[in-house]
Ligand binder design. Structure first.
Ligand SMILES: [Zn+2]
Length: 420
């Protein structure tokens, strides 16, 4: 594994002994977000080659064990990562792009990108000898924690906002987690989770809390690079709620360049819903030379996985995205719903609204010219459409009702140009 040299604060730059602090900088407090894990990248560069990861033959994110803070011996046998990267040349041509790739992370064990973080965080909890995991989540992190804890035989204590879609709650209860449906919004659930973790000593896998989250989440960037034979796209689009997935993905690409494994870093763009755009607004403030914090604002969007008003990883997200030369874009709920249907029909990937928002963001950035024609772009699909089928139903209309009679099918199909 890649022995961390320190845990560093993104806000003030103070460095701490690895593992000596669980979550945030004691000097800056939780507003600056989780500490970042720092490695001796120069030392690692001398022993890594582009084929080091393939040589492990591991079809999971543990192929990157050398760049993770805990060893595979602490891992839970549930495969996260090494998800497919699909090329979609016809759709790319239709959009005026030179290439379009879709990183389909709906194929993780609990059907979302969040499994990457949980796989590494639960290994860290076992390394630290913690007895249980906890989290506050709008849904995907919660199912991920519940699933991995079930596989590990570890208790999971989960705090969800009461409005969480039923299919997501079903997954948690099926995995045997203890679920608290908290009255009020996501931030209420977050606060109660923090009080409980401090009271009972559980390790907190909430997004934007543990420094280890980003370590799991960065592996998506490594995979895109490896699956493109050591190249990176010009643009990578990621939907943003808390800011922790995009922070991880940026960190991964930045590390690859520092390791000398990639020549370039793609411009990473965060996509937010217009009604829940706290991180995009913080980025705009940074670009105007103003303070990033405080970032809390009201949040309302049907894309429940990115409906976050109090983003915890905002400092890192804004800082890292800027370092890649990328930016942020916001899209309406109508555009997001349209994107669910269009991505499914044209790319064969059924994404939840939050994940399909990346496609809506791509269209918006192509329209303004911020992504020029002829670019090579990748969308990170962070969750399955089956997570929120009600969102999809608003995009796709109704089935054709027919009696059980072939004549009825003929009346519909023959006018479409089929011969008798
Ligand atoms: Zn600090």
């Amino acid at each position: 594994m890649g022995q961390p040299v320190s845990f560093r604060c993104v806000g003030c730059g103070r460095e701490y002994e690895p593992w000596s602090i669980d979550y945030h900088c004691p000097h800056c407090g939780p507003l600056s977000g989780p500490l970042e894990v720092v490695y001796d990248l120069r030392g690692l560069a001398s022993r890594l080659t582009p084929s080091s990861f393939a040589e492990t033959r591991r079809p999971s994110l543990w192929r990157y064990e050398e760049l993770l803070p805990v060893g595979i011996e602490h891992s839970v046998p549930l495969r996260a990562g090494w998800t497919p990267l699909y090329a979609r040349p016809e759709l790319a041509a239709e959009l005026g792009l030179a290439a379009l790739w879709i990183k389909d992370d709906s194929l993780n064990p609990t059907a979302s990108y969040k499994d990457r973080a949980t796989a590494v965080v639960i290994a860290a909890a076992r390394h630290l000898g913690r007895a249980a995991l906890t989290c506050a989540s709008t849904g995907n992190t919660a199912s991920s924690v519940a699933g991995f804890c079930a596989a590990a035989g570890m208790p999971a204590y989960i705090f969800v906002p009461e409005k969480t879609p039923r299919p997501k709650i079903a997954q948690l209860l099926a995995f045997g987690a203890t679920v608290f449906a908290v009255e009020g919004d996501y931030s209420r659930a977050q606060r109660l989770c923090e009080e409980a973790r401090d009271r009972f000593g559980w390790y907190d896998r909430s997004d934007g809390v543990s420094p280890i989250n980003a370590e799991g989440k960065k592996t998506g960037a490594y995979e895109i690079w490896e699956q493109l034979d050591g190249k990176v796209p010009d643009y990578v689009l990621v939907s943003v709620g808390d800011g922790s997935v995009i922070s991880g993905i940026c960190k991964g690409f930045l590390e690859l360049r520092e390791l000398g494994l990639a020549e370039d870093v793609p411009r990473v763009y965060g996509v937010q819903a217009e009604g829940a755009a706290a991180v995009a607004h913080a980025f705009a403030r940074k670009k105007r030379g103003e303070e990033i914090l405080p970032a809390e604002e009201p949040a309302e969007t049907l894309a429940d996985s990115i409906c976050v008003g109090n983003p915890k990883d905002v400092v890192k997200a804004v800082t890292y995205v800027d370092r890649t030369g990328g930016g942020f874009v916001t899209v309406s709920d109508g555009e997001i719903i349209g994107a669910v249907g269009e991505l499914a029909r044209k790319a064969g990937v059924f994404a939840e609204p939050a994940a399909a928002a990346t496609y809506a963001g791509l269209i918006a950035l192509l329209t303004t010219g911020e992504i020029p024609e002829g670019s090579r772009a990748a969308l990170v699909i962070t969750g399955s459409g089956l997570k929120n089928p009600e969102g999809a139903l608003r995009a796709v209309g109704e089935p054709l009702k027919v009696p059980p009679d072939i004549a009825a099918v003929e009346r519909i199909i023959l006018p479409m140009g089929y011969e008798d």
